[in-house]
Design a protein around this ligand. Sequence first.
Ligand code: BG6
Length: 510
Amino acid sequence: MTDSHGANPLRDALDRRLPRIAGPSGLVIFGVTGDLSRKKLMPAVYDLANRGLLPPGFSLVGFARREWEHEDFAQEVYAAVKEHSRTPFREEVWQQLVQGCRFVQGNFDDDEAFETLKETINELDKAQGTGGNFAFYLSVPPKFFPKVVQQLKKHGLADQKEDSWRRAVIEKPFGHNLESAQELNRIVHEVFPPHEVFRIDHYLGKETVQNILALRFANTMFEPLWNRSYVDHVQITMAEDIGIGGRAGYYDGIGAARDVIQNHLLQLLALTAMEEPASFEADALVAEKTKVLGAVRLPKELGKETVRGQYAAGWQGGEKAVGYLQEDGIDPKSKTDTYAAIKLSIDNRRWAGVPFYLRTGKRLGRRVTEIAVVFQRAPHSPFDHTATEELGQNALVIRVQPDEGVTVRFGSKVPGTSMEVRDVSMDFAYGESFTESSPEAYERLILDVLLGDANLFPRLEEVEQSWRILDPIEEYWDKHGKPAQYPAGTWGPAEADEMLARDGRSWRRP
Ligand code: BG6
């Protein structure tokens, strides 16, 4: 049935429920011997194939310095899949995937290697029917981004044709400040048109992060309260129990704020605080996210309202953990932050006067990411003080991970003959409410790249706004002192608690 505009709402609704399957295509991974590729990218490709979301001739090309033959690469993919994929191993899926696995050995400035890559792609187009559609995933340190995209251009690998596409997928960090992000963008856009550039922020690929929009805009009961009239403050926490592992080379000099606040935490803030987009299309989403990020204001006193920390030796999970400065590959005088807490405000009618506290850290008490919207206290209480003295503030907590779900905390009468009110919580847990399994973030994002769907990828405008927020903080930190120390396994430096205590608030202990 169509309406007067020729639209068919029923068909559209059914189309939306059909699995989104990628058309003929392939993925080239630069930096294929790295951790990200082994733990996330290669397993995600297999999981997509296993769920039937890739075309039969899908091809996976690895590019790295390692002296591997195609078979060695296939063996690596196999090991990564066996160890890290989320769906059960099926021999027939693997046998199909391995048909399209190729390896190209070389340096990024090696012209011959890029020519071999070109021949490989042509060969795959013929043998596997990839149709000339290839995405180039730059899973390499940022200093190599310009070289790789320039090589792609020089060897005609980035040429867009009428009936096929070439895309660039760029891992974070996108620059290390506003200026470098803009420069990097200029270089990338000389080679790829803006709509073929996909910047990865894997938090946007998480189900629970996408659910922020569903929770807010598919319901009526939350949004009327989602503003300065009811909300006291918002806390966004991304705590990790791991240290820096083998990533010293990347992490030292970058630190927690650049590593995850600039991207993951500010994206969470944007989704929590933005206005309702006109649709879930990329243009509409980007417009609202950029608008709210543009309204974010820094605290006046950066010394008091931002805190950076660095983990010292301590105990974690019953085991002794070394301090950051003792980690392999770390400069023993390093001032890099492994913890950062920042108070931000948003200058608009909805949020005026509501602080947004962001914190992140490595080697904290436990791994948890959550957004807590903490509500004001009831303006009047008919109960006497003793009845409510233990009562906290109402809160809605979006549990991003682990234990994905949403908790609502509110006061309830304690059963008994006296009037006593205590905090209770109501829980929604993904595992209990849905039988469908969540795709891993990288699965979702790789599929979206192959489909050319840009909704879950930050655009340059958002990246620029994030650096605008972070740059002055980093500059302040560079000039002033050292990070505060906190023992591994604790919840960060005392200064961060003091920061909230000055506002009469405290951090949640998730
Ligand atoms: C990455 C950071 O973006 O996110 C890492 O570079 C961090 O330092 C990781 O450990 C955390 O991701 P997740 O999905 O485990 O929360």
